[in-house]
Design a protein around this ligand. Structure first.
Ligand code: FES
Length: 123
């Protein structure tokens, strides 16, 4: 026995270049991740194995299986969908006013702390 406490887990370092992005599943399970500025909310979810973000088209905005609800406190900072994204959202499941396709949300430094909710299922 070394006398040092064991530490099992991971340290999440966040900041302007690695904003913290939290995904909350429909069952309430929360996944805290580090996004990379310039990547997307979808890529961060896939890299971190967040359940419910399918992303069949790999970010080409042609599948709507990366649908998320932007948390109410973040809708202004994230902004709204483009016309092309809005058209694709027609194919998503249970669309709400805060719906976005996560592959179309480019992570910026000001997104540190962003919270998105994953729908019960993808369309
Ligand atoms: Fe297909 Fe976002 S990954 S629309």
């Amino acid at each position: 026995m070394s006398g040092s406490p064991a530490y099992i887990g991971r340290i999440i370092v966040t900041g302007p270049h690695m904003p913290k992005i939290t995904y909350i599943e429909s069952n309430g399970t929360s996944h805290e991740t580090q996004g990379e500025v310039g990547s997307t909310v979808m890529e961060t979810a896939v890299m971190n194995g967040v359940p419910g973000i399918v992303a069949e088209c790999g970010g080409a905005c042609t599948c709507a299986t990366c649908h998320v609800y932007v948390d109410g406190e973040w809708t202004e900072a994230v902004g709204g969908p483009s016309m092309m994204e809005e058209d694709m959202l027609d194919f998503a499941f249970a669309v709400r006013p805060t719906s976005r396709l996560s592959c179309q949300i480019k992570i910026k430094p000001e997104h540190d702390g962003l919270v998105v909710h994953v729908p019960e299922r993808q369309g």
